[in-house]
Design a protein around this ligand. Structure first.
Ligand SMILES: [Zn+2]
Length: 462
């Protein structure tokens, strides 16, 4: 168990250092007030990701009480905390559409003495306590914010018991990061057994208001029996919850005909996200596009685990709504959405042996506005516009790896990395400033993560 009083003291210390602009409403849960005014001043470019607005140069962004109130030049700084954005590109916070946050403690565990990814994770997943899972989520969220990700889709596929779901949700809720918690199942659950739908219902009725909404991650037709996934689909839909499932991730999975099964039963739609589809057929992609089921790809992990090359151009041509994802840092090593964008931009050209198959602007849309739309958050995230919640990041364009700037979009997709993210705001609350996380005690977090993983490894014999 974590030392609650120690954590509260740490959070109190963080609160004291935050200043008036981002005062904590309550130290125990680290929720922050989003009242206050900010002027993000003179960004060299503002990539609004709003087709009607496009890119602005040498522009300011005014934020009041959590919302963007003005984007333009020479805006008033009256009563505002001024953030100097000179030499920076401003863009909406990045959106990750599929991430197993609990296993962030097992960074780099894709190959161990137990073998590859599957046996390595099978040797430790049952050993995670609720506190371990919550800690994994906290580590993932800190890394997300550090790298400019302000919206996450936490794919909780190791809900061993109710307390695991509660710990993961609480880690998200108290972080102040926007996202969806996708309630799942224990890794060891048999294909003939449904997830704990009784607790799902109780859980759904007990959640606080905030930036985190609820969804369901299910094993679906590829990894559970028909009667099981159909019951899980029916339950989620009766509760109005969006669903996500891994699908057609390799040839063996695709041969099960899961997309066809879903389509035949009305199991596709904007509320059903499909993950990977690395081995999807053209007919699968057409069915998915017709239903407008969003798809999440995670090129780094798909390459490392042997799923193969995501058919990005085919998905684009079929009209499938696409979002990008980290998936997990067990395989990917780090949660670098800039790296995900760069790989996503270049894979289609390599596969088709020609340049410019997918435009950089399209890739940046998938990582921002498109990703948000795919999660049903198109009205609140992924775009910088007046009246919207202030989720924004500044990326230094005057660093040795980003200057000189030819095109701000290309810089974001191809040159930048998390170390260039100097400022992050979510819902009007500052999370990173002057390259420093201001709501997380990183030293304490990393020490907790090291200790927890050492204990898990000891028990697993790795
Ligand atoms: Zn996944």
């Amino acid at each position: 168990m974590p030392d609650i009083s120690r954590r509260a003291a740490i959070l109190g210390g963080v609160a004291a250092s935050l200043g008036a602009a981002a005062t904590l409403a309550g130290c125990a849960d680290a929720k922050a007030s989003n009242t206050g005014s900010f002027l993000v001043r003179r960004a060299s470019s503002v990539l609004t990701m709003d087709p009607a607005r496009g890119e602005l140069t040498n522009a300011d962004i005014r934020v009041d009480d959590g919302r963007i109130t003005e984007i333009g030049t020479g805006l008033s700084a009256e009563g505002a905390d001024v953030v100097d954005a000179s030499g920076c590109i401003a863009l909406p916070g990045l959106v990750d559409t599929h991430w197993h946050m609990w296993n962030s403690l097992a960074r780099g565990f894709g190959q161990t003495s137990k073998g590859g990814f599957a046996p390595s994770m099978a040797s430790i997943s049952g050993l995670f306590s609720p506190e371990d899972s919550g800690l994994g989520v906290r580590l993932a969220l800190a890394e997300a914010v550090n790298g400019g990700i302000t919206t996450v889709h936490n794919w909780a596929h190791n809900v061993i018991g109710p307390a695991h779901a509660e710990a993961e949700f609480e880690a998200m809720h108290s972080s102040g990061v926007r996202g969806r918690f996708a309630y799942g199942y224990p890794q060891a659950l048999g294909a003939a057994e449904p997830m704990n739908l009784t607790h799902l219902r109780e859980f759904a009725g007990s959640l606080p208001d905030g930036l985190v909404s609820l969804g369901v991650c299910a094993r679906g037709p590829d990894r559970s029996e028909d009667a099981v996934w159909q019951r899980e689909w029916d339950t989620a839909r009766s509760m109005g919850l969006p669903i996500t499932t891994h699908m057609a991730s390799n040839a063996e999975a695709a041969a099960l005909g899961g997309v066809e099964k879903l389509d035949a039963r009305g199991g596709l739609g904007p509320d059903v996200q499909l993950v990977h589809l690395t081995a999807a057929s053209p007919a699968d992609l057409d069915a998915i596009a017709r239903a407008q089921s969003p798809v999440s790809i995670s090129p780094w992990t798909e390459l490392q685990v042997g799923y193969g090359l995501p058919p990005i151009a085919a998905m684009q041509n079929a009209g499938v709504p696409i979002g990008l994802s980290v998936d997990n840092t067990v395989l990917s090593g780090s949660a670098d959405m800039f790296g995900v964008m760069k790989l996503t931009a270049d894979l289609p050209g390599g596969m088709d042996a020609k340049q410019g198959v997918v435009a950089d602007a399209t890739v940046l849309d998938w990582a921002t506005a498109g990703g948000a739309r795919s999660l049903g958050l198109g009205d609140v995230a992924g775009v910088l516009a007046e009246g919207r919640p202030a989720d924004l990041v500044l990326v230094q364009s005057d660093s040795v790896n980003t200057a000189p700037v030819y095109d701000a979009t290309t810089l974001a997709v191809r040159a930048a990395n998390p170390s260039n993210v100097s400022f992050v705001m979510i819902d009007g609350v500052v999370h990173k400033r002057d390259h420093r996380l201001v709501r997380v005690d990183v030293d304490v977090l990393l020490a907790e993560a090291q200790d927890a993983m050492a204990s898990i490894r000891g028990r697993a014999g790795i």
